[in-house]
Design a protein around this ligand. Structure first.
Ligand SMILES: CCCCCCCCCCCCCCCC(=O)SCCNC(=O)CCNC(=O)[C@H](O)C(C)(C)COP(=O)(O)OP(=O)(O)OC[C@H]1O[C@@H](n2cnc3c(N)ncnc32)[C@H](O)[C@@H]1OP(=O)(O)O
Length: 232
């Protein structure tokens, strides 16, 4: 993606944040994984009210321990020395964010991106099925990654979802995305989520707009939210 780096840097660079070192990143990823388990346990627990209250007090004490040293903003890690960053606490793909499933995105030889993931009961919408907003969030991230993989990253301007079938939770899902067209500052991409049987459950189309200045035409990328930094 080297030809893309300059554009990515202008659209997504996070200049003001200190990058996290690998040892801290690994430790916090482990912490986030345990908190994910805790969240799932909270959603499914059938303990009695006294036990729930006792656990709540312990969790409050743990939060106080973590808050003893706080970062003002979510962490990033640098990719090489060119200004590119991974957004470690991205709510979809961030290993350090307990809210993220997390969904790990990889590039595909055809220029698109894909992911294989499982959502648990934490993400339930209709009984037995994934919440439609969660599917939209996963697809937005995947579509954004496809735009980036194409060398034309941008901010989501439109996101259209077609929910064809309910998406079950607790089973392996796959999702793919690919750019269909890029024109000026605009990039269109399509994506699908498929269930274990390979049948599409959700289709999505999005249009991304590269902010003014991101082409390196003298403008600034300072308007771009840090939250849209690449995850790597
Ligand atoms: C191996 C691992 C791989 C991983 C690799 C990682 C990669 C890393 C991926 C990161 C993936 C992040 C994925 C999440 C991405 C978000 O979540 S982004 C957050 C949600 N989106 C936003 O907050 C966007 C908010 N809106 C904005 O910032 C601005 O409105 C925009 C979208 C930048 C456009 O502003 P602008 O450049 O000032 O637009 P403007 O000059 O007025 O209009 C330009 C053109 O676009 C059109 N337009 C503008 N806005 C719209 C709109 N909303 N709808 C339709 N048309 C529009 C205009 O009509 C105009 O059209 P033309 O007249 O040129 O034909």
């Amino acid at each position: 993606m080297s030809g893309t780096d300059a554009v990515m840097r202008r659209v997504f660079a996070v200049r003001e944040r200190e990058a996290m070192d690998a040892a801290t990143e690994a430790a916090l990823a482990g912490l986030a994984a345990r908190v994910r388990e805790l969240t799932e346990a909270v959603v499914h627990t059938a303990v009695d009210p006294a036990e729930a209250a006792a656990v709540a007090a312990e969790v409050a004490a743990l939060a106080a321990r973590l808050n003893a040293a706080r970062r003002a903003e979510p962490p990033i890690a640098r990719i090489g020395g060119n200004g590119l960053v991974r957004q470690l606490a991205n709510p979809v793909s961030g290993a350090l964010n307990p809210v993220a499933p997390p969904v790990e995105i990889e590039f595909t030889p055809d220029g698109g991106v894909r992911t294989a993931f499982t959502l648990n009961g934490v993400y339930e919408g209709p009984p037995s099925f994934v919440h439609g907003g969660v599917s939209a969030m996963v697809l937005d991230q995947l579509l954004g990654a496809a735009a980036a993989a194409n060398g034309t990253p941008g901010m989501t301007a439109t996101l259209e979802l077609r929910y064809r079938r309910p998406t079950p939770w607790g089973v392996p899902l796959t999702a793919t995305a690919k750019v269909s067209r890029a024109e000026g500052r605009k990039t269109w991409a399509d994506a699908v989520i498929a269930g274990p049987d390979g049948r599409t459950t959700v289709e999505a189309t999005a249009m991304f707009i590269m902010p003014v200045g991101a082409h390196g035409d003298g403008g600034s990328s300072g308007d771009v939210a840090d939250g849209d930094a690449p995850r790597g």
